[in-house]
Design a protein around this ligand. Structure first.
Ligand SMILES: NC(=O)C1=CN([C@@H]2O[C@H](COP(=O)(O)OP(=O)(O)OC[C@H]3O[C@@H](n4cnc5c(N)ncnc54)[C@H](OP(=O)(O)O)[C@@H]3O)[C@@H](O)[C@H]2O)[C@H](O)CC1
Ligand SMILES: [K+]
Length: 384
């Protein structure tokens, strides 16, 4: 059986009936991806319908990326449910934290592969920023898998956990050539950043050194809006239910939700993946979430929101429009803030220049008048 028919069988097995196929399925599944250029050259339209009647999605692929005219139903977890589900996964079916972290990290590595596949000519360099908790642990696991997928990885891990499992994860990374740094580096040397700083236990406003890391990532986005920044589970600094209430301004270009998307992902504007192909049906039902129809043997599935501007507008166009709108709003706020401030030095300077100019004009006119008067008086005295 060739790759394509194997994929079709997998889709049918996972409860999907193929209705129409205008392009090979392999063109959009993110497997067999010989090069980024080849992916970007591929586009097609596939219509899938769930045999189980749970999910009916029209899937389109623009520039190798999937999005849907109908939303893939996964449900959303709030902060309490995300925590309780994790606890229950570890007690009821008895998953260990290490097991769940391994699955999470593998899903993250697969999502990175779909966003920025390596090729025979290039070995992309990935910077992973890992926080002090389990979200950081997911990043450590992802880095190890990414090395085996053909990437070069550098990890910024300034607050290293002393727990045995984390010490082992660091050693496992070092053994495959991953290097560790403490400070945010020059990003020119990197092709993508994985944000594995905070997940669903983040609270309040980000503290250093992660506050600076979030600001630096935004600087990169301002300079290069296309630069992939991939957040693990929750964009760092976001409240898991309400999003960016700490007003960090950070919005990654890609989000990989683990187990199931969290409430704050409802309004996420970028590419969205979910990785949780292990969820026991009984727990999925209890927490009101559903697994998407993961393709083939993949640990992740892209569930990017339906496009609002029609099937032909690509994800990049929408994200660029979003960034432009965000930039325009920031400018508007700056202008409003400047207008509400007392006159700045610059204004005073402009006034001072104008006043000096007026003074010079007036003085020149006065001197010219005096000159003319003097000349007239001299003329009169010489003629008398
Ligand atoms: N089931 C799954 O899919 C799994 C998900 N996993 C991942 O684990 C995270 C949740 O991990 P957790 O350890 O509970 O918490 P976080 O990693 O989100 O963050 C906790 C650390 O962050 C510090 N923190 C919290 N707020 C701040 C702040 N404002 N500034 C700086 N630091 C902050 C906190 O420190 P404290 O001193 O405040 O305690 C912690 O050190 C989940 O999202 C998934 O990514 C697991 O892999 C298991 C399976
Ligand atoms: K994160």
């Amino acid at each position: 059986m060739n790759d394509e028919s194997q994929t079709m069988v997998s889709l049918v097995k996972s409860g999907l009936t193929l209705l129409s196929l205008r392009r090979p399925v392999t063109a959009f599944l993110g497997r067999s991806t010989p090069s980024r250029k080849a992916i970007l050259a591929t586009s097609g339209l596939v219509t899938l319908s769930s045999a189980l009647g749970q999910t009916t999605s029209t899937t389109s692929c623009t520039a190798g990326k999937m999005s849907y005219t109908t939303e893939i139903e996964t449900g959303y977890l709030n902060a309490d449910n995300a925590y309780d589900l994790d606890v229950e996964l570890m007690s009821q079916p008895g998953f260990s934290l290490e097991q769940l972290m391994e699955l999470a990290g593998l899903a993250v590595a697969e999502a990175v592969y779909q966003v920025l596949p390596p090729s025979s000519e290039s070995k992309p360099r990935i910077l992973l920023i890992c926080g002090p908790g389990n979200n950081g642990g997911d990043g450590l696991v992802a880095a190890r898998h990414l090395v085996f997928f053909g990437y070069e990885c550098v990890i910024m891990y300034p607050k290293q956990s002393k727990k045995e499992h984390f010490v082992n994860l660091v050693k496992q990374c070092e053994d495959v050539g991953v290097t560790f740094i403490d400070e945010f580096p020059h990003t020119n040397e990197y092709d993508a950043i994985v944000d594995s700083i905070f997940g669903f236990s983040f609270k309040g406003a980000p503290r250093e050194p992660f506050k600076t890391a979030l600001e630096k990532m935004q600087e990169v986005q301002k300079k290069k809006p296309e630069f992939p920044i991939i957040s693990v589970d929750v964009p760092s600094g976001w409240n898991v239910d309400e999003g960016d209430v700490a007003k960090t301004g950070f919005v990654p270009s890609v989000l990989i939700s683990l187990t199931a998307p969290k409430e704050s992902a409802r309004s996420f504007p970028g590419r969205h993946f979910v990785g949780g192909r292990f969820l026991p049906p009984v727990l999925a039902e209890k927490y009101g979430v559903q697994m998407p129809p993961y393709p083939g043997v993949s640990q992740v599935m892209e569930i990017t929101k339906p496009k609002s501007k029609g099937i032909d507008s690509s994800w990049e166009v929408e994200y660029a429009a979003y960034l432009e709108e965000k930039g325009a709003k920031e400018k508007e706020n700056e202008v409003a803030a400047a207008a509400s401030q007392p006159k700045s030095d610059k204004k005073d300077e402009e006034n001072w220049e104008q006043q000096y100019h007026d003074y010079c004009v007036e003085k020149e006119a006065r001197l010219a008048e005096e000159d003319a008067r003097k000349r007239a008086a001299e003329k009169e005295s010489s003629s008398s």
